[in-house]
Design a protein around this ligand. Structure first.
Ligand code: OGA
Ligand code: ZN
Ligand code: ZN
Length: 422
């Protein structure tokens, strides 16, 4: 039923966006052209021919009126537990502004029916029909050394000044981190502490047993392989933590020694190759937890997890691979040799030049990469031939993605008209 009579439609729905008590912007050029009750919910027709179905309980749960969502905190006040188990809808209609108005059945005899209004842009962005969820799904942009990639010389690159001084530069840096899993920042002052200053554009860094930031230099009594001049096979950092830091920032203060080039591998690409070429090994590494451990005078941190973590649909969630942090295998006897074999096979792809990028950091450059996805390593260096000094710190994904969303919020509020259907 498409009802376009203005009589019962409150004036706030005529042209303005509906206040969904949501600070994010949900721009859309689409308008709702029809709405009808059907099968315990509402079918919404859009002007581009798409159709959305919303269940009554979902609509009731997401009502953003001041009784259902706290006007200031914007958090849900509606109590699903106290609502009738079967929520019904009396009427659904399109408002003049192209939004949706829903009148629910009375919850108790004699109660006034609850009326909810849904902004068209918000609804379109929250539609959970298969087509909409497929459109919204995020996919990492996979790469290797050969193609479909940023390429050896083409690691996404941003300028220090743009990142530090502009929203657009910051957004570009973080978007590359999120989507490619690696980004090079260049032309920063080659000063100690600069990496932390850049990280401050996002938010507080994630401290670990190595501190809020750490100096990667060759030192006399190292408590970690990174603090020696030896080469580092591709690895993820802090694989021995239950929740390793999500993003790693490695800032180069000096890189004058012979050797010491960096190595980067898209672990999702390499693991995909393992899935294709050796499904048995892939299956083992993605299901069988193995042990990781770091110990020094101050800590002994251990965790057991599969090297490859998948979501329920088989998509990659994370890679955990670090030879010096791998603890003694504690597995059923029959799995010991197959696990070693599978680890060797995966390691072979990580070492394979087809999958490796080998940039060499210069003073004032910084690599930022997704530590749950992109493995990093380095060639050995000779500390007698010159100074090599990197500084590292970590950021959690929640804060990286939050910063990106805030930048988007600001871009929308500055660039877009505030009224009219979004
Ligand atoms: C590290 C590391 C690489 C390098 O500190 O985690 O892997 O280039 N360093 O020194
Ligand atoms: Zn409400
Ligand atoms: Zn490392």
């Amino acid at each position: 039923m498409l009802t376009m009579t203005g009589s019962e439609i409150p004036s706030d729905t005529r042209a303005e966006a509906i206040d969904m008590r949501d600070l994010a912007a949900y721009p859309t050029d689409r308008r709702i052209v029809g709405a009808r009750c059907e099968e315990g919910g509402v079918i919404v027709d859009w002007d581009d021919g798409r159709q959305s179905r919303f269940h009554a309980v979902w609509l009731r749960d997401n009502c953003a009126c001041s009784a259902c969502r706290h006007p200031q905190a914007m958090e849900r006040q509606f109590l699903l537990i106290d609502a009738p188990e079967r929520i019904t809808i009396q009427e659904a209609q399109t408002t003049l502004g192209g939004h949706l108005l829903v009148r629910f059945g009375a919850e108790r005899p004699g109660d006034a029916p609850h009326v909810s209004r849904f902004d068209a842009g918000w609804l379109r962005h929250h539609c959970y029909s298969d087509w909409a969820r497929a459109e919204r799904a995020w996919h990492p942009r996979s790469w290797n050394a050969l193609g479909n990639s940023p390429g050896t010389a083409l690691i996404p690159t941003v300028e220090y000044k743009a990142v530090m001084e502009t929203d657009a530069g910051l957004a570009e840096w973080l978007t590359a981190m999120r989507d490619w899993g690696v980004v090079l920042l260049r032309n920063a002052p080659a000063e100690p502490g600069e990496g932390l200053r850049i990280a401050g554009r996002v938010g507080p860094v994630r401290p670990t047993n190595f501190g809020t930031s750490y100096d990667v230099v060759s030192m006399p009594n190292p408590n970690a392989s990174a603090y020696t001049p030896i080469g580092l096979e591709p690895h993820t950092d802090l694989a021995n933590w239950r929740w390793p830091p999500d993003f790693q920032l490695l800032f180069c203060v000096a890189n004058e020694a012979e050797g010491g080039g960096s190595i980067l591998v898209d672990g999702f690409s390499a693991a995909e190759e393992l899935r294709r070429c050796d499904p048995e090994a892939f299956d083992l590494l993605s299901t069988q937890p193995i042990d990781f451990r770091f110990q020094d005078e101050t800590c002994d941190i251990r965790h057991r997890a599969p090297a490859i973590e998948l979501d329920h649909a088989g998509a990659f969630k994370s890679i955990r691979f670090n030879n010096w942090l791998r603890a003694a295998l504690d597995l059923p006897e029959a799995k010991v040799e197959p696990t070693y074999r599978a680890l060797r096979t995966l390691w072979g792809y990580l070492r394979d030049p087809r999958f490796q990028l080998r940039p060499r950091l210069a003073a004032g450059e910084m690599l930022a990469f997704d530590n749950a996805r992109v493995l990093h390593g380095r060639e050995p260096f000779d500390p007698n031939t010159g100074r090599r000094h990197l500084q590292g710190c970590y950021l959690d994904r929640d804060l990286v993605l939050s910063r990106l969303r805030l930048l988007e919020r600001r871009r929308m509020s500055e660039g877009e008209p505030k009224s009219g259907p979004r």
